[in-house]
Design a protein around this ligand. Structure first.
Ligand code: KIV
Ligand code: ZN
Length: 515
């Protein structure tokens, strides 16, 4: 096999992924994900949209200050204030990138921006120049590129390269394109833009028609050398192209793709689990690569074939993507030192000693109920401890649920808020309903429950249940998570977590025009 170009893997789980309704993450959670992306050798991590909120700024800064081996990027509209804020957040990065964008399709320019094409071009060039004064690595995106006039795309691309952008991204923002068409556009751009050799051409595909990965791969075959993607395909609406599918398609079909990536695939399953646990977005069992059934063979004919010769029905090895990395980490007898060492391996640290002690106590509680503690259990318990440190956290102190056949279940709850305990009780249609009713007697949140889901954190009947609760109020959507070996406790924690986030405006993603 001849020389292969490098394909730059640009992960936007923490930015576009976080734009999934309800998927907001704390800065500590984002750092845990960023550290694992760094370990798996992702080239560029888009850590957020610094100007969009103080929370996003803090997250970009925290990641820029703490991740050394991946390039850290912040999104910014093509506006001076956005760009300066991105530059400020990235100051501590060992390698940083400002990613600035403006919409270029006729429909976006006319109705959203209310600008003429020449004005858009001038603003794009101005933005790239300002960004280049702050940092040496600038990416420019033509938002809604797949619906943009081809000649205008060429003009603006040539101009922003001249202004100093070294990566030009052509997003299929609304997931409208089809693989052949999108690949054609990429090849024509590379052949038409006179200074195309001075920049890397990138793709960013949304999955509205289920074509995000296919469109990205088609563009790679036709010359794109950066793909923007997310873990588990998380992202705005139907999501973005999934990192794990792209990386494994390229690895598995080296005969088709003229590129290689530096990603270490053995972290794929662990990071998929981490993102799913943190965001509360479960992975569907039949999801490629990371779904529970991705390597499970049910039919006798398949099982027989695999036993005789694995390649009869398997094109990848489960262990290559980390399915066997599910490490038994610790047990009941493990002490503080072993606990601290395992957290260190997972790149988890606590700022306050108290938080470590709370985490250790929680670990001991879980170890009493569950013989084997896996990395996923540790990640879930760390999330639990971090939730308790949110501003104005509502925490569960006690819960009693009586469920008898022929009677409505009844829940009694004690909640701590700002060091004071509050009690309430209520009945409900089911045990979970009774718990939520009891909480509402105290909080009266006027939120609407949009989703309640329970997933096992690990395997086995002694697994912790990971519960996600999605609440909506005045158009704002928030996901709360809770985990416990008792799913009623996990449910109460998840509901309180969602209410805490709903009451903390810093965690809400303001809607900015332009994305
Ligand atoms: O989908 C999109 O167009 C984007 C850009 C801001 C890159 O997310
Ligand atoms: Zn996007």
């Amino acid at each position: 096999m001849g020389f292969k170009d490098k394909l730059v893997i640009f992960d936007t789980t923490l930015r576009d992924g976080e734009q999934s309704p309800g998927a907001s993450m704390t800065k500590d959670e984002k750092l845990r994900i960023a550290k694992l992306l760094e370990k798996m050798n992702v080239d560029v991590i888009e850590a957020g949209f610094a100007v969009s909120s103080q929370g996003d700024f803090d997250a970009v800064k925290l990641i820029a200050d703490n991740v050394r081996d991946s390039r850290i990027c912040s999104l910014s509209r093509a506006m001076i204030g956005d760009i300066e804020r991105a530059g400020e957040a990235l100051r501590g990065a060992s390698a940083g990138r400002i990613h600035t964008f403006i919409a270029t399709s006729p429909i976006h320019m006319e109705y959203k921006l209310q600008m003429q094409p020449d004005e858009v071009l001038a603003q794009a060039v101005g933005a790239v120049k300002i960004a280049r004064d702050l940092i040496d690595d600038v990416e420019f995106s033509l938002e809604d590129a797949s619906r943009t006039n081809f000649d205008f795309m060429c003009r603006i691309t040539e101009a922003v390269i001249d202004a100093g952008a070294s990566t030009i991204n052509f997003p299929d923002t609304v997931g409208y394109s089809a693989p052949g068409e999108y690949g054609d556009i990429m090849e024509r751009l590379l052949n038409t833009v006179p200074n195309a050799d001075k920049a890397i051409f990138s793709v960013h595909c949304h999955n509205d028609l289920g074509l995000a990965v296919a469109n990205s791969l088609s563009a790679v075959q036709r010359g794109a050398r950066q793909v923007e993607c997310t873990i588990n395909g998380l992202g705005e609406r139907a999501g973005n192209a999934s990192l794990e599918e792209l990386v494994m398609a390229i690895r598995t079909r080296q005969d088709l793709y003229p590129v290689k990536t530096d990603v270490n695939p053995s972290y794929i399953v662990p990071i998929s689990r981490l993102v799913s646990n943190i965001t509360g977005f479960p992975v569907q069992p039949n999801k490629a690569i990371v779904g529970a059934n991705a390597f499970a063979h049910e039919s006798g004919i398949h099982q027989d074939g695999v036993l005789k010769m694995r390649e009869t029905y398997e094109i990848m090895k489960a262990e290559d993507v980390g399915w066997s990395n599910n490490k038994l980490s610790l047990g009941k007898l493990s002490g503080r030192a072993a606990f601290a060492a395992r957290l260190k391996d997972l790149d988890i640290s606590f700022d306050a000693k108290d938080d470590f002690e709370r985490a250790f106590k929680r670990f001991k509680d879980i170890a009493d109920k569950k013989k084997e503690i896996f990395d996923e259990d540790l990640q879930a318990l760390v999330s639990d401890v971090q939730m308790g440190t949110e501003d104005n956290a509502l925490t569960l102190v006690g819960l009693e649920v009586l469920s008898k056949s022929g009677q409505s279940p009844h829940a009694k709850i004690i909640i701590r808020y700002q060091d004071k305990d509050h009690r309430a009780e209520s009945s409900g249609d089911g045990a979970v309903d009774a718990i939520f009713n009891a909480i509402e007697k105290l909080i009266n949140s006027e939120t609407e429950l949009q989703l309640y889901s329970v997933n096992a954190v690990t395997q086995g009947t002694d697994s912790q249940g990971g519960v996600t609760v999605r609440l909506e109020k005045n158009g704002r959507i928030i996901n709360g998570q809770g985990s416990d070996t008792d799913i009623l406790f996990a449910s109460a924690k998840a509901y309180l977590h969602a209410l805490t986030l709903m009451r903390n405006p810093g965690r809400l993603h303001p809607q900015l025009g332009g994305i």
